[in-house]
Write a protein that binds this ligand. Structure first.
Ligand SMILES: Nc1ncnc2c1ncn2[C@@H]1O[C@H](COP(=O)(O)OP(=O)(O)OP(=O)(O)O)[C@@H](O)[C@H]1O
Ligand SMILES: [Mg+2]
Length: 259
């Protein structure tokens, strides 16, 4: 039985595969046949307009939503039929940065960032946890904030605390839902660098949801463009840049048109 931290997928082989995924809420079909593959150790950026289904798609990658049909294969295992208990184990491979920072307001920064360690690394001493928390906070450019509460922090700082918490278990896959929305340009750069560093130094696979085109083109190995329920174009950023799809063209013009 493989340890849940062991990654079975070789670098470059698909670590997340989505096959013909469909999802409706009532009569509203949000995803109408998504097929996507994320090579281990690469960064995929999912671009798309507001309400196009990016967050819904990401939630399927960790089994927070079940598809109406289609398959979601993570590190060689189909997660769709998994029980709650199996999903919980599978999710330890992931770090997640939710769209809202989703910190626990009644807990300090230290308690927030150490939370996954308390759940999953009961072997660690308090001192070891402290060291890990400090290390992760410094990776996201924060220090001397451990005893503060989320309400004491700016939006950008809260976001960075959320990032620190997502990487505290050294996951092999990190999902970022709008990691740079609402951040100033310098902090945005910081987050982009963090995603690039995690790949280079730790071989982390990242899936980044964004409508920040500049960030997307900076961090992505591949970009997938979600439009009206399907991926209408995907590939290397240089390919997407010259996409012939009218929806992609219009979306990119808002940025490249001005630059
Ligand atoms: N649990 C749910 N129940 C019903 N409808 C939902 C649910 N979750 C999402 N939706 C609908 O699915 C559609 C896609 O939502 P989603 O949050 O994935 O968009 P998004 O691309 O992430 O948008 P944004 O860029 O604004 O975050 C929306 O119309 C939303 O209202
Ligand atoms: Mg969203």
């Amino acid at each position: 039985m493989a340890d849940e931290k062991t990654q079975v997928t070789a670098p470059g082989a698909p670590i997340i595969e989505i096959k013909d995924l469909h999802k409706s809420f009532g009569s509203h079909e949000v995803l109408s046949g998504i097929t996507l593959s994320v090579p281990a150790g690469s960064t995929l950026v999912i671009l798309g307009g507001s309400g196009s289904g990016k967050t819904v798609l990401m939630k399927h990658m960790i089994g927070l939503l079940k598809p109406d049909s289609g398959r979601v294969i993570v590190d060689g295992e189909d997660i769709v039929p998994m029980s709650a208990e199996q999903l919980e184990k599978m999710r330890r491979k992931f770090g997640m940065v939710f769209q809202a920072a989703a910190l626990f307001d009644s807990m300090t920064v230290y308690e927030n960032v150490s939370f996954p360690l308390r759940e999953h690394r009961k072997d660690l001493s308090e001192e070891q946890m402290h060291d890990l928390v400090r290390e992760k906070l410094s990776i996201v450019g924060l220090k001397n904030v451990e005893s503060k509460f989320p309400s004491d922090l700016s939006g950008g700082m809260r976001k960075r605390v959320g990032l620190a918490r997502a990487i505290v278990l050294d996951p092999k896959i990190v999902l970022y839902d709008e990691p740079t929305t609402g951040l100033d340009p310098i902090t945005t750069d910081y987050v982009d660098e963090m995603i690039l560093d995690a790949k280079k130094q730790l071989g982390v696979t990242s899936v980044v949801i964004s409508h920040d085109i500049a960030s997307a083109f900076k961090v992505a190995d591949n970009i997938a463009f979600l439009y009206q329920g399907v991926i209408v174009d995907q590939g290397h950023p240089s390919k997407l840049r010259h996409s012939e799809h009218p929806g992609v063209k219009l979306f990119l013009q808002t940025w490249f048109g001005k630059n």
